[in-house]
Design a binder for this molecule. Structure first.
Ligand SMILES: [Zn+2]
Length: 460
């Protein structure tokens, strides 16, 4: 059978940046930055013309990172001061559930199972810290009584179990949908995170929560996280006035005026012991392929002010990533928008993708860029001098497929988040589908994430 045939469809899209740049403090020697970009296996035109997919056995492993290296990571936790400490932190974009995926996951009147969505991506989510953006509220554990989707979302509790199965152990919860179900919805969401035993940053049920910085011991490295959103979709009225100050951290993404305040928040994390600071920003316009200039200014100024990693999101489409170098030669990593990880916005942007592809459009015409995402993996080291360094950034393009055979929202057989590297194809996806969509998604993500400054930053 064509289906279930083991496929090697695409690629690890690998951005290796080998450097000796110190992070917090200057070094006496000039950092020598060697940057390579490798593409172990590329689609060729034949793949789109109905030929059998080929196994990518010709991968030149001398120049590429073997796929297995994304899967098998040593979990050595060595606090020995004579050895460097290495951790992996991973980032994925928006998780939100429209009717289609909820219907697929339904197992009973008010029970759900989302784990099958993640079967194919799960082997790749192995970071010591793996963070996704939980875009929407989650219903109270054991309840699922007030579920809803667009435009005011409330997702089943079981999505958290699915995300944990996938390998995520931290969620960002400050988003434009944070107030979709009012302040009680926010409280329910936080309670559900706690019931599931999954950490989160963003929503706060009181001032104590707000004032307690997110500090994580990740394999011996202290990681601080702070999350901001530039919008709550105008739903402030759903939250008591006295709670608005702490419910989620706000900022404005059309001005630089909030940077001093955001810098203070980063300093609070440093004071709490953070060696690595992650700033999550929910921001910008939806559905574009790039940030606006103000977003670039904000992200770069935050890095200049001490942020190590900017985790941007909200556009539901993939944006470029970049290293930003501070004056002292150290650098931070900016992800302007990770795109969707689990979503069903296919009708929204299908037309724009339609124009990009002139063949293969039949019953799957509604798939779009909002189904493409990326799983970003950062390898981070504390060296023997105690400096924290982001050694490498790898991008794995992903594709959230769903069955469209019914061509009606709610009439679907399956949803799967596919790593565009290898794996078995789910029953509801044909080889034709994956040949077409795998290629389109891969090329799109590669073009976007690789088209920015990241490829042009040469060694000085
Ligand atoms: Zn959003």
């Amino acid at each position: 059978m064509k289906r279930l045939k083991r496929l090697f469809i695409a690629i690890v899209f690998l951005l290796i940046f080998q450097g000796c740049t110190s992070y917090h403090g200057s070094t006496s020697e000039e950092p020598e930055l060697v940057e390579t970009v490798t593409t172990p296996y590329e689609y060729n035109d034949e793949l789109g013309a109905g030929s059998e997919l080929e196994i990518a056995s010709e991968v030149d492993e001398s120049e590429s990172t073997p796929v297995d290296s994304l899967v098998d990571v040593d979990d050595e936790e060595e606090d020995d001061e004579t050895e460097a400490t290495n951790i992996r932190i991973q980032f994925a974009g928006d998780i939100f559930l429209h009717d289609g995926p909820m219907n697929v996951a339904r197992t009973g009147e008010r029970t759900y199972d989302f784990k099958p969505f993640f079967t194919h991506i799960q082997p790749f989510i192995d970071g010591d810290l793996a963070i996704a953006n939980m875009e929407v509220p989650v219903d109270a554990h054991g309840g699922n009584e007030q579920l809803s989707s667009f435009p005011l979302f409330n997702s089943p509790f079981e999505i958290l179990e699915g995300l944990q199965y996938a390998g995520f152990n931290h969620l960002i919860s400050a988003n434009n949908h944070s107030f979709d179900r009012g302040f009680q919805g926010l409280i329910n969401t936080v309670n559900s995170f706690e019931r599931a035993g999954i950490n989160h940053t963003g929503m706060n049920t009181n001032w104590d929560d707000f004032n307690t910085p997110t500090m994580l011991d990740v394999g011996g490295i202290q990681v601080g996280i702070v999350a901001f959103t530039d919008s709550v979709n105008g739903e402030e009225g759903q939250v008591p006035e006295e709670s608005l100050g702490y419910a989620v951290r706000r900022f404005r993404s059309h001005t630089l005026d909030d940077i001093p305040r955001m810098k203070q928040e980063m300093e609070i994390l440093r004071d709490a012991g953070a060696e690595l600071v992650i700033v999550a920003l929910h921001w910008g316009a939806e559905y574009g392929d790039a940030p606006v200039e103000m977003q670039q200014l904000i992200a770069r100024q935050l890095v200049d002010a001490g942020a190590d990693i900017i985790m941007g999101k909200h556009s539901h489409t993939v944006h470029p990533v970049e290293w930003h170098y501070r004056e002292d030669g150290t650098r931070g990593f900016i992800m302007y928008s990770l795109g969707n990880f689990l979503a069903d916005q296919t009708r929204l942007t299908g037309a724009s993708v339609h124009s990009q592809i002139n063949e293969g459009w039949q019953h799957h015409q509604f798939i779009g860029r909002t189904q493409f995402g990326m799983l970003v993996s950062l390898e981070i080291t504390r060296n023997l001098s105690g400096e924290i360094i982001i050694d490498t950034a790898d991008i794995l393009p992903t594709l959230c497929m769903r069955d469209f055979s019914g061509n009606t929202l709610g009439v679907v057989d399956g949803v799967a988040i596919m790593p565009l590297v290898s794996g078995e194809v789910p029953d509801f996806i044909t080889e034709e589908d994956i040949r077409l969509w795998g290629r389109v998604a891969y090329e799109h993500v590669a073009n976007i994430a690789g088209s920015g400054e990241i490829l042009n930053t040469s060694a000085d």
